[in-house]
Design a protein around this ligand. Structure first.
Ligand code: AMP
Ligand code: ZN
Length: 479
């Protein structure tokens, strides 16, 4: 199967060719652990989980290495620790904050059906050379200085962006443009305004490591250069993250890694997910529309959140709305109903081809919907299902591939009932009773049942099957 991926650096969709098909390597920037992850943070985790599953399918489950880091050194973490634990030494407070937040993140993304990456390194473990033969931040910075790509100034080590002729290629920002809007006073010690920090000094109570440049801590970007090289080598296949990371984070990772290793490439494919907004607005604390993964999981089953994320192509923006979540519940409900207790067979070719086309999950989901329709046409006649292929098994296989339909029917019903306040079983029974009433031409009764459903907040829709002439009824929660 030919996999095509959109690469932000070359700005085109290209056929994916791994450097080594026996070890396909992907790195995705993970969370900074100082607060609960919000639903926007869940997007790259879910998107790249689907890519991980697809790569494992194509190359073999043991032939893919997926690294997603945890950023546990950051000034935002220090500020949060000082605020939440004023009575204890800062470093102990920091450990509490990062451990709790990382554990919460882990349980959030597990509830969203994501597989564990192959490695989840923490930045603090890669500051100094402590792992045999593994890259670390201090050694990388030393290399950058030795090769003339970094300098020290005002207690910091800075990357010299003018030392790299094609700096800015990923984001398309030219150094000259950055000069124009620079705030010179703030950056007085920098040779060029776009030069960025590799290492900065720490005060006695801030987290710090002894280095050739005094006790200090790393800048943000160098972490990912060190951790990706530690597990994936100097050049690897795919690097991912959200759109906001293109500049400065990924631009600077490329600069550091290529200049330290003397390579022309850091990763062959740079993939970025689009942004998520909530009910048409940018998510922010001040607008009071800031939703954590926890908040979502309180109201909706994890599969609903996952389905809702995958309905949109990963490069498009998502508008996260209650209406769309309700539609996701209904779609999943139909899938559960249709899959019944069928075991998964194999995902269909059309489904896999959709995913292989730059992870076209909306197309893959349409294919799953099509499987439910095609089977409806294949009605029971003389006790036998017309249509030779076992579509429920294929539906389950496709849905499972996306990390969906992983519950039993009754587990799903109890979750959907609890989380959406509509008793799915009751609704289905009423719809069946209404169909029976219509068949026996008892229209007063069928109208009464429709009213009862409307009063429960359930909207129903009848459709005639073109081939069989049979009437089918679908429903959704009308909120
Ligand atoms: P952070 O912890 O802010 O570094 O973000 C972790 C990941 O979530 C990064 O890949 C971000 O690009 C991504 N991200 C943050 N906010 C959003 C959002 N609203 N929509 C989609 N992705 C986001
Ligand atoms: Zn990163």
């Amino acid at each position: 199967m030919e996999l095509k991926l959109y690469d932000t650096l070359s700005r085109e969709k290209r056929v994916f060719a791994p450097i080594d098909p026996a070890n396909v390597r992907m790195y995705v920037c993970g969370p900074t652990v100082y607060d609960y992850a919000h639903i926007g943070n869940a997007r790259p985790v879910i998107v790249f989980d689907v890519l991980f599953r697809l790569l494992r399918h194509i190359y073999g489950a043991d032939k893919v290495t997926y690294v997603r880091n945890i950023t546990d050194v950051d000034d935002k973490i220090n500020a949060r620790a000082a605020r939440d634990y004023p009575g204890i030494p800062l470093n102990d407070a920091i450990r509490k904050v990062t451990e709790q937040t990382a554990a919460q993140f882990q349980s959030d993304v597990t509830a969203l059906g994501c597989l564990q990456p192959t490695h989840q390194p923490r930045a603090t473990e890669f500051v100094l050379p402590q792992h045999a033969h593994k890259s670390d931040m201090v050694s990388l910075i030393k290399k950058l200085i030795d090769r003339g790509h970094a300098y020290t100034a005002a207690g910091e080590v800075l990357f010299d962006t003018t030392s790299m002729p094609d700096y800015g290629a990923l984001s398309g920002r030219k150094l000259e443009e950055q000069q124009a809007g620079a705030r010179v006073a703030v950056d007085a010690h920098k040779k060029h305004p776009s030069d960025f920090v590799l290492w900065k000094q720490s005060s006695a109570d801030e987290p710090g490591w002894e280095s050739p440049w005094g006790r200090g801590r790393p800048g943000w970007h160098i972490e990912c250069s060190a951790m990706s090289a530690a597990y994936l080598g100097e050049e690897f296949d795919i690097h991912g993250g959200g759109l906001d990371l293109i500049f400065p984070h990924h631009e600077n990772e490329i600069a550091q890694s290529r200049c330290a290793h003397g390579t022309s490439t850091m990763a062959n494919y740079w993939m970025h997910n689009g942004f998520l907004q909530v009910e048409g607005e940018k998510m922010s604390k001040s607008l009071c529309n800031f939703i954590t993964i926890q908040d979502v999981l309180k109201d909706w089953p994890g599969e609903v959140a996952r389905f809702n994320m995958l309905k949109t192509h990963y490069r498009q923006p998502i508008d996260w709305t209650v209406k769309s979540l309700n539609e996701s519940v209904n779609a999943l409900d139909r899938w559960y109903e249709f899959a019944g207790d069928a075991d998964p067979s194999d995902p269909t070719r059309t489904f896999l081809e959709a995913l292989a086309d730059d992870l076209n999950t909306p197309q893959a989901i349409s294919e799953i919907h099509r499987l439910t329709h095609s089977s409806r046409a294949g009605v029971m006649r003389a006790g036998q299902r017309i249509g030779s292929r076992p579509r429920p098994g294929e539906l389950r296989a496709c849905a499972n591939f996306l990390g969906l339909l992983t519950l039993t029917g009754s587990e799903w019903r109890s979750k959907a009932v609890q989380d959406t306040s509509v008793d799915v079983e009751v609704v289905q029974k009423l719809i069946a009773a209404r169909s029976a009433a219509r068949k026996s031409k008892n229209y007063a009764e069928s109208d009464r049942i429709r009213d009862e459903l409307t009063a429960m907040g359930v909207a129903i829709k009848d459709a005639k099957d073109a081939k069989t002439g049979e009437m089918t009824t679908t429903w959704e929660v009308a909120r």
